[in-house]
Design a protein around this ligand. Structure first.
Ligand code: FES
Length: 104
């Protein structure tokens, strides 16, 4: 596993969004109501980018067909078999980042 820095924490604010590419991953980091979420930027339904989707409550809405994914666990409101990949954020001093497998 390797830690990848994404952003320094003092840059974060509610409404913050950043798409980050690390190896084969395209991740979406966002802050909503004080909570940080790091999720796959590709919708598990048909792969549409999620970075422009609205957030309602704790759910990210896919702009393509409107599926709603819980930011904490990726559960989908409309289809239980359609789960968004979520990632645990980690900290290294002032940096927020993520640990990903070395074989990515
Ligand atoms: S592509 Fe996201 S809900 Fe269909």
């Amino acid at each position: 596993m390797t830690f990848h820095r994404i952003v320094q924490t003092h840059h974060l604010y509610d409404g913050y969004r950043q798409v980050v590419r690390i190896g084969r991953y395209e991740l979406l980091l966002l802050q909503n109501e004080g909570d940080i979420a790091l999720v796959d930027n590709r919708c598990p339904h048909q792969g549409f980018p999620l970075d422009r989707g609205p957030v309602k409550g704790a759910r990210l809405i896919c702009p393509r067909h409107g599926f709603a994914f819980h930011l904490r666990n990726g559960d989908c409101l409309q289809a239980t078999s359609c789960k968004l990949a979520t990632f645990v954020v980690q900290y290294d001093g002032a940096w927020l980042g993520v640990e990903l497998p070395d074989y990515m």
